[in-house]
Design a protein around this ligand. Structure first.
Ligand SMILES: NC(=O)c1ccc[n+]([C@@H]2O[C@H](COP(=O)([O-])OP(=O)(O)OC[C@H]3O[C@@H](n4cnc5c(N)ncnc54)[C@H](OP(=O)(O)O)[C@@H]3O)[C@@H](O)[C@H]2O)c1
Length: 281
């Protein structure tokens, strides 16, 4: 067990190198698991200052003393963000076609021949394309600032995406499914496809805000829909699900849209206020 409740000599000037030393002292605490912060100041509220890996020890040392008090927190086992996103998205990508291709409804008591409507086929391609796109963006487009995430998030996020994937797939492919009119289907998928392309372009604009190593922090995104809304990538994500729902018209799809829109609105408000603060600095 690693304890920092004792005098500890940090041999290097850069924090990242000292974190490797801590890892050496206690193998289980690899750098991504460690969170080192400055102690909270009495009477001051707000989040503690997290020590920057690239910063110099002297930047944080109490003036003239040469000593520094740091608070160590074990963040628990970590996974790469790309791993987290991959497992989130691969679930719906596999689950949806199972409901489309395999005779699963006989296990739900529907024995008769299943007639597949064209909208159900297009919906399957649309849904799978969406999650395939998100996996590709995870590996080839996004430039994440945080390398890792707690393992527990994999279970939480997979439960969310996989359950909703199965819920939507069950109703969209159901033997008793009633398709909407041809015109409504075309309008719905039309809106959806345009918004998916717009969403991809928003992700390219976000990518260009950072260097290939992921450095550059948070910049104010500009251009295209970012001139109108702060998180245009979330707006286009919400509208593309709206397009899918106009075309497929299921309660399950609208429930997912409402939950996803609530989550993304909350995140967007947080990102908006963070960028406003950055603008004032
Ligand atoms: N259906 C749903 O429930 C749902 C929910 C959430 C997201 N999504 C979809 O998944 C996509 C990715 O989600 P996300 O939450 O990871 O999106 P995000 O936070 O907007 O991030 C996308 C990428 O851009 C970076 N980025 C964002 N704002 C930036 C800024 N101001 N300056 C520099 N870089 C910035 C992020 O960096 P960081 O690594 O620093 O964050 C991340 O690498 C969304 O755009 C949306 O299409 C769907």
């Amino acid at each position: 067990m690693l304890s920092l409740r004792r005098a500890h000599v940090f041999p290097y000037d850069v924090w990242g190198a000292n974190q490797l030393c801590l890892h050496h002292a206690a193998k289980k605490y690899y750098p991504a698991r460690q969170r080192l912060t400055l102690p909270a100041q009495p009477g001051k509220s707000g989040k503690p200052v997290v020590l920057n890996q690239k910063a110099s020890l002297s930047e944080y040392c109490e003036k003239g003393s040469g000593s520094l008090t740091v608070v160590f927190k074990d963040l628990g086992p970590q996974v790469y963000y790309s791993t987290l996103f991959f497992w989130e998205y691969v679930g719906p990508l596999i689950i949806y076609p199972i409901f489309y291709y395999l005779p699963v409804y006989k296990y739900f008591g529907y024995e008769g021949e299943r007639v597949i409507h064209p909208v159900q086929t297009y919906a399957m391609y649309y849904f799978c394309f969406h999650y395939f796109k998100r996996i590709m963006e995870t590996f080839f487009v996004h430039r994440f600032s945080h390398a890792t995430s707690p393992v527990s998030n994999v279970f939480r996020n997979c439960a969310y995406y996989w359950t909703f994937g199965a819920y939507i797939a069950y109703y969209c492919n159901h033997p008793l499914y009633t398709p909407v009119s041809d015109l409504q289907m075309k309008i719905g998928f039309g809106i959806g496809v345009v918004c998916q392309i717009a969403n991809f372009y928003c992700h390219i604009l976000l990518r260009n805000l950072r260097s290939p190593t992921g450095s550059g922090g948070y910049q104010i995104p500009r251009g295209f829909l970012f001139n109108i809304v702060t998180c245009a990538n979330y707006t286009t994500e919400i509208y593309q699900w709206l397009g899918f729902n106009i075309a497929t018209q299921t309660v399950a799809g609208y429930v997912f849209l409402a939950v996803a829109a609530a989550i993304m609105t909350n995140w967007a408000l947080g990102k908006h206020s963070r960028l406003r603060k950055a603008l004032r600095r």
